[in-house]
Structure formats: structure tokens, C-alpha cells
Design a binder for this molecule. Structure first.
Ligand code: NAP
Length: 312
């Protein structure tokens, strides 16, 4: 059986995926899209994809489903909106662990006032801020899916005062949860640090508007590890400039890489990260993809699918 690998990734990365997944699936032959014959294209029933060109997916007319090696699928969902091709996204406990570590790392960065002390050092100032206990830091986590729920629980474990928010109501034993529009307002209005781990969908695009950001308490900070277009970054910068907000840690942007002349690079109240909060681990991701495909080959069952209506 031939399984196409369809992706717009550097050749070296493509070869790494093909080799690693190929070794774990000896019963199939993994072939990069460009190397497929017309017969292979007709026969393919499942494809493994990494930021694929949708035109190439459409050249595989008998696909039953596709498995993405990425966790965020907003581009796939948008680009394949005229098809009902089932999409499986990557859900990898290692990715969850790494994202949770990133949320903890950058929350502690804000909690222990590191941006403040970094600036002081640049101007040779010795000006200690009063210590604030972790349990007096109110943290709001937007999105309580695979990544957000884990981050919220670990923030709580580390002593912070955490509340989460998601579309449907959640019951997480140690973390109070809100849902719905009014719940969002309550979470934002109490958050000293707001952590975003929502997927980018039609509903979440622009969700963190000037109105919503203005609801944050004076001196609040923001961590966006989800997707750039969920936030109005111009409004965010304006609120940072006015001193309403303290700091923003941003890992994701409308355009990536962030253009060299973008104002965010030089803003003293912004930490720019190059989309590194949780990078995919090729080995662990390949093991999950291989396991899902093996199961499909044994009994035809598919893993949990992306909901094409909600977009995540
Ligand atoms: P997930 O398991 O699908 O969880 C999404 C969460 O967001 C769910 O709790 C969902 O609510 C909630 N949600 C979705 N739409 C909502 C809405 N309109 N209003 C309120 N809540 C809403 O996703 P995940 O695996 O945790 O990943 C989240 C995102 O992280 C990904 O989509 C990706 O963009 C981003 N990500 C970033 C990096 C990075 O390195 N920066 C790495 C990996 C992933 P329900 O629970 O009610 O469904």
C-alpha cells in the first residue's frame, strides 16, 4: 500500500517525516507527493500531510481521510472547505507537555517581573519591586482543550489562582471553569495574566478585540501561544503604550516570520518569540501517526476527527 506524504516543508524535514514514519509502518510505502505515479495517486486512500498545498490533496481523488502532523488545522479546514474529507490532527502528549512547560516558563517570567528587571539592568537601576505571591496572581486560560486544560491544571499546581474558559462547560476538579460570552468577560476582567490557547476559527478570529482587551485589569499581561489573528495586536500595543497593560508575550503572528520592520520587534513591553511554544517532535508525532494508520489498516477505524463545522 502506498501512502502519499503531502507537505510544503523543506526537503530535509519532508525526508525526516518519510523516513521516521516509514520505519514505523513497514507494511506501507510512504512516498512524497512529487514522486507519486498517476496510478499511486488514484489508489491512495489516506495521506499524511504537513501544511499541504490543497491542489495536491485534490489530485488524490480516492482519499478517505488525511492525517496532519500538526496540531493547529485552521489552514487545512479553510483550504479544504469545499470538500468533506475527514481530517485528523496531531494530538501528542509530548506536545502537550512541551506547551505546558512553555506556559509555566513564560508565566513565571511575568510573575517574577523579569521584563521589568531586564529593563532596569539596561539603565543600571536598582529598584526592587514588592514580591507578589503566586496565589495572588489571577490567571485566565482561554481554551481548555488538550493544551489549555493541561496548562491550567499545572498553573494551579504551581500555586496560581487559575480560571479557565471554553466554548462548552467543563468540569476540571482543581480549576474553576467558565463558558459563554458572559463567562469570557468575567475571566478577562479578573486576569492579571491572560493565556490564550484557543484554536483559530471563524468565531475566535478577532475575539481579543480592543473592547475585550480593555476589560483586562490595569497592569495585566497577556501570553498568546495560539494564533495571531485571535488578537488585535494594534489595540494591544495601544493599551501597552497607555500603561493600561504591562507586558505581552507573543509567539504567533498574522504573518510569520514577523516582518523585520514590524513595530512589535522593538516594543519594550513585548516579548517576541518565533512560534516556538510547542514545536512538533518528529519521533513522538510519527509514532502517533503510525499507530493511527496501523489501526485504520487493521479495522478501518479512524481516530477523533476535526469537526468541520466548528473548525477545530
Ligand atoms: P483543542 O483540543 O481543539 O482545544 C480547543 C479549546 O478551545 C477547547 O477547549 C474549545 O472549547 C475551545 N474553543 C474553541 N472555540 C471556542 C470558542 N469559539 N469559544 C470558546 N472556546 C472555544 O486544541 P488544542 O490542541 O488545545 O490546541 C489549541 C491551539 O493551540 C491550536 O489550535 C493551535 O492553534 C495552537 N498551538 C500553538 C502551538 C505553538 O507552538 N504556538 C503549538 C501547538 C498548538 P470546547 O472544549 O468547548 O470544545
Amino acid at each position: 500500500m502506498i501512502i502519499p506524504f503531502v507537505g510544503q516543508v523543506p526537503d530535509e524535514e519532508r525526508d525526516q517525516w518519510v523516513q521516521t514514519i516509514g520505519e514505523l509502518l513497514p507494511q506501507v510505502t510512504l512516498v512524497p507527493f512529487a514522486a507519486l505515479s498517476e496510478t499511486d495517486r488514484q489508489k491512495a486512500s489516506v495521506a499524511i500531510v504537513a501544511n499541504p498545498n490543497p491542489a495536491e490533496i485534490l489530485k488524490l481523488p480516492n482519499l478517505k481521510w488525511i492525517h496532519s502532523v500538526w496540531a493547529g488545522v485552521e489552514r487545512l479546514v479553510a483550504e479544504l472547505k469545499d470538500t468533506d474529507l475527514p481530517i485528523v490532527r496531531l494530538i501528542d502528549p509530548e506536545l502537550t507537555r512541551v506547551m505546558t512547560e512553555a506556559v509555566l516558563a513564560w508565566t513565571f517570567y511575568l510573575h517574577r517581573d523579569m521584563p521589568h528587571y531586564k529593563q532596569q539592568q539596561q539603565t543600571g537601576q536598582w529598584n526592587p519591586l514588592p514580591y507578589v505571591r503566586a496565589d495572588r496572581r489571577k490567571i485566565g486560560v482561554l481554551g481548555l482543550g488538550v493544551l489549555g486544560a493541561s496548562a491550567a491544571v499545572q498553573l494551579k499546581e504551581n500555586g496560581f489562582d487559575v480560571i479557565g474558559w471554553s466554548r462548552s462547560a467543563k468540569d476540571i476538579p482543581t480549576v474553576p471553569c467558565e463558558s459563554g460570552d458572559e463567562g469570557l468577560v468575567r475571566v478577562i476582567a479578573r486576569s492579571d495574566f491572560l493565556v490564550c490557547l484557543l484554536p483559530l476559527t471563524e468565531q475566535t478570529k478577532g475575539l481579543m478585540s480592543v473592547e475585550k482587551l480593555s476589560l483586562l485589569p490595569t497592569g495585566a499581561s497577556v501570553i498568546n501561544f495560539a494564533r495571531g489573528p485571535i488578537f488585535d495586536y494594534d489595540a494591544l500595543v495601544d493599551l501597552l503604550d497607555k500603561g493600561h497593560l504591562n507586558h505581552a508575550v507573543l509567539d504567533v503572528f498574522d504573518q510569520e516570520p514577523l516582518p523585520a520592520d514590524h513595530q512589535l520587534w522593538k516594543h519594550s513591553a513585548v516579548t517576541v518569540l518565533p512560534h516556538i511554544a510547542a514545536q512538533t517532535d518528529v519521533q513522538t508525532a510519527s509514532e502517533i501517526v503510525a499507530r493511527n494508520i496501523s489501526q485504520y489498516l487493521v479495522d478501518g477505524s479512524l481516530p477523533k476527527l476535526v469537526d468541520r463545522k466548528t473548525g477545530y
